[in-house]
Design a protein around this ligand. Structure first.
Ligand SMILES: Cc1cc2nc3c(=O)[nH]c(=O)nc-3n(C[C@H](O)[C@H](O)[C@H](O)COP(=O)(O)OP(=O)(O)OC[C@H]3O[C@@H](n4cnc5c(N)ncnc54)[C@H](O)[C@@H]3O)c2cc1C
Length: 401
């Protein structure tokens, strides 16, 4: 394949963001190297899981539009993958008066209004319609994001690993970065297994991003990142005779974000049960309610699962042990690192980044190798943290997953 420009790119961090960057960069670069301090798909990283929600139902239209654009890019990847990467079971937001008395002010209703403004495919279900269509739930209203569902994470990882091999990308695992120096207009990254020289650097090291910035000579910026995680993540395993009601064919991804609940259907043959998580994201005001656990949610809103066996997701599959990388102002961080030439970063994806990965990878590859990106990324600028100051809270309304 003809390569443009003859640039060499090193990517530090081999999670989904680093791999997607490498995928988009390979056709544009002379050489692409990914340095991963553990191994791709390590259960201790954010990108390890079986399923990750892919949805557009954000309160902020900017994020909703971006999620839909990322979905378009996922569909392009899926066309090449030869196996499903996206499972389009839809995403259902629930609202129930006994939990959140003012239905109109719930996440379900407000995010639905955004889908409507953006003309994204959606469905509004009354209590009766909800009972008929999804009798697994007990609620007064449901709002469906139709072009949504979840990503099959192992399939996405497999696809990326094979595509990177085919595109000649070198993925160095167990490559702990020891130092970064500037030499004759190039970056030299030293690892325990030798050095790599390149014209541009992309840092996609998740919660390790500030450590890598600390190795960059003269880099003045650090990001206000902090770890956080769901307080519960459990599989509800229904009796065999009832399983069919809870697989991705019958059940959408679901959420009651006002009370910190999100859930995934059983992915038949791949996950053992209905996954339900409990998390209170900092950008969604949590309603005062009696739902303080996944068990409370099942009791109140999903009585069909009352008799199910319950196991921790981590225990059953090793997934979801990692933390989110929260940002003080709740905005993604993507763009050039201020104060150092030809270094770009993508971090601060919180509990919501996976679905955006093809977009983030494309942006980072364009920045590193095409001198700019076709997307407007000003609101995500790493430069907002330059000079020791932190940006004003930008007031976005995100979602937990
Ligand atoms: C429990 C949980 C549930 C989530 N649910 C969803 C969801 O439903 N939907 C959704 O869209 N998103 C979800 N997310 C968010 C999503 O998974 C993350 O945003 C995404 O995986 C981040 O990818 P990453 O590549 O930035 O991070 P990571 O996967 O953490 O990758 C960073 C990599 O950098 C490596 N690294 C770090 N420091 C160095 C160094 N010095 N040298 C070399 N390598 C280094 C690490 O080993 C790691 O492999 C969830 C996240 C978590 C934790």
């Amino acid at each position: 394949m003809a390569r443009l420009g003859g640039k060499r790119l090193t990517i530090v961090g081999g999670g989904v963001m680093g791999l997607m960057t490498a995928y988009h960069a390979a056709p544009l670069a002379e050489a692409v190297t990914v340095l991963e301090k553990s191994r791709v798909g390590d259960p201790a990283t954010a990108s390890f899981s079986l399923t990750r929600s892919a949805r557009n139902d954000y309160l902020d239209p900017g994020y909703a539009r971006l999620a839909f654009e990322a979905r378009r890019l996922w569909l392009e990847l899926q066309a090449q993958a030869g196996e499903p990467l996206l499972v389009d079971c839809g995403c259902l937001n629930l609202a129930k008066r006994t939990v959140t008395p003012d239905l109109a002010s719930t996440y379900a209703f407000r995010s639905f209004a955004v889908l409507e403004q953006l003309q994204l495919r959606r469905g509004a279900l009354s209590a009766a319609e909800l009972r008929r269509r999804f009798p697994q739930f007990s609620a007064d209203a449901g709002r469906l994001d139709l072009d949504a569902g979840f990503v099959d994470v192992p399939a996405a990882t497999r696809f990326l690993q094979a595509a990177l091999r085919a595109r000649g990308v070198r993925v160095a695992e167990n490559a702990v970065v020891r130092g970064i120096t500037r030499s004759g207009g190039a970056w030299v990254v030293a690892t325990g297994a030798g050095s790599v020289e390149s014209d541009a650097l992309v840092i996609t090291a998740g919660l390790g991003t500030n450590d890598v910035l600390g190795l960059l000579p003269g880099c003045p910026v650090r990001f206000p990142l902090r770890p956080d995680r769901p307080s519960q993540s459990k599989y509800f395993i229904p009796p065999a005779a009832e399983r069919g009601r809870f697989t991705e064919r019958a059940l959408p991804v679901f959420a009651y974000l006002d009370v910190g609940i999100y859930g995934h259907p059983i992915y038949e043959g791949k996950t053992p049960g209905v996954k339900i998580g409990f998390y209170n994201p900092p950008d969604v005001a949590r309603a005062d309610s009696r739902i303080a656990s996944v068990e409370d949610f099942v009791d109140e809103c999903m009585p069909s699962l009352r008799g199910a066996d319950v196991v921790d997701v981590a225990e059953a599959s090793g997934a979801d042990v990692c933390c989110y990388d929260l940002v003080a102002d709740d905005e993604f961080i993507i763009g050039p690192v201020p104060g150092v030439p030809a270094v770009f970063t993508g971090a601060g994806w919180r509990g919501t980044g996976y679905k955006f990965a093809p977009w983030a990878g494309r942006v980072l590859a364009q920045l590193a190798l095409q001198q700019g990106t076709v997307y407007d990324i000003r609101r995500f600028s790493p430069g907002r943290f330059a000079g020791g100051g932190q940006a004003e809270a930008a007031g976005i309304g995100g979602a937990a997953s």
